[in-house]
Design a protein around this ligand. Structure first.
Ligand code: NDP
Length: 334
């Protein structure tokens, strides 16, 4: 979805920007990106945010957010992101509602980095990478249509909506176990559906799940389809036994998919150091990547906590790291 009000601004910018060197360009616009932008705007760095067409990150795909501190009545995910965005803009962050298409990052302290949006190059002294991660999808029928109507990718966010309801978790890793333990405090029943008889998750987490009365483990099964009821919400899932091929059906109100995440690091692949799963690597508790002046925050880095509040916190850290870098590092001749 393009946001028309930013198109005219973008066009004007295209004719103006090529000779300028930005202080800092933020790539990405979830809680990490906008928080980094807010802090840097308040430090008078006038950050340029390349926020993507679908600005707002994963929270744009959720409904009520009840665990973001400061909103005792809860807040809708998209509304929360509008607040983040508006707050960054209020202090002078400049937003480009388009995708970053390519980067050329310097490996020298004080070097100039370049971020492209289509054919427009933005040169900058510092970069904050905050492209986030995507929930890995199953890719089965009904999954997309019922997302937000019974199909969810975050039990921590949505479990409370399934109080006393029958639910499933798809996946057999630590995330699936953690989601199942959390969901079981609300749902009447949680069935973990895993494609192999063996669960990938750590023993202690499997034991915890197995000790809970309302959790059952069903293997080796995959979901072949999510089916809606007359009200348009999730009513059942079709299951297929991986070994025998037998088909069955399970009646459920909620399905939580926990088959891993995919960090959105393609843009910097081969330039910035990542781990074997594609998460950007940072030094210690900082947001510093292997390249001077390039910082990374949020779900792009974090495969453990993955919460809006932790992403926002790391966006703040990235802003401070960038601010200190700009203060302490003389710029090389451009
Ligand atoms: P994992 O990659 O560990 O597990 C993914 C699970 O989903 C596996 O069971 C996998 O099956 C299954 N799966 C993948 N694709 C499909 C598919 N298309 N259809 C059906 N099933 C599928 O991801 P997690 O998110 O669970 O964990 C990521 C990392 O984060 C891990 O290192 C984990 O230890 C860590 N983590 C740690 C926690 C903690 O310590 N508290 C909590 C959460 C995560 P298969 O096994 O067959 O590949």
């Amino acid at each position: 979805m393009k946001h028309p009000e930013y198109h005219s601004e973008l066009k004007t910018r295209k004719n103006q920007m090529s000779a300028e060197i930005e202080n800092v360009v933020v790539v990405g616009s979830g809680p990490a990106g906008y928080t980094a932008a807010l802090y840097m705007a308040r430090a008078n760095l006038s950050p340029l945010v390349i926020e993507g067409f679908m600005w707002g990150g994963l929270l744009q795909q959720t409904t009520d957010v009840e665990n973001y501190p400061g909103f005792p009545e809860g807040i809708m995910g998209p509304e929360l992101m509008e607040h983040f965005r508006g707050q960054a803009e209020r202090f002078g962050a400049r937003l480009i509602t388009d995708q970053a298409s390519r980067v050329e990052l310097s490996d020298k302290p004080g070097g100039i980095h370049t971020v492209w949006v289509e054919d427009q190059a933005y040169r900058t002294r510092a970069v904050v990478l905050a492209m986030g991660a995507e929930h890995k999808k199953l890719g089965v029928a009904g999954e997309e249509e019922l997302s937000g109507r019974g199909v969810s990718y975050c039990a921590t966010c949505d479990a409370a909506f399934f109080r006393d309801k029958e639910t499933i978790i798809v996946g057999g890793g630590d995330s699936a176990m953690e989601e199942a333990s959390f969901l079981a405090k609300f749902a009447s029943k949680v069935t973990i559906i895993n494609r192999r008889a063996e669960l990938r998750a750590s023993k202690i987490m499997v034991e915890r799940v197995r000790s809970m009365d309302n959790i059952e483990v069903l293997t080796p099964y995959v979901v072949s389809e999510f089916v809606a009821g007359a009200d348009g919400a999730l009513e059942s899932a079709r299951l297929s036994n991986v070994e025998s091929g037998d088909e069955s059906k399970i009646d459920i109100k909620g399905a939580f998919i926990a088959v891993g995440h995919v960090p959105q690091s393609e843009l910097v692949k081969g330039t910035v150091e990542t781990d074997e799963n594609g998460y950007v690597a940072v030094a210690g508790r900082s947001t510093k990547t292997n390249l001077p002046g390039v910082f990374a925050a949020g779900d792009l880095v974090d495969h453990t906590y993955r919460q809006a509040i932790t992403a926002a916190g790391s966006g703040c850290q990235a802003a401070l790291d960038a601010e200190w870098y700009l203060r302490d590092t003389p710029q090389l001749p451009a």
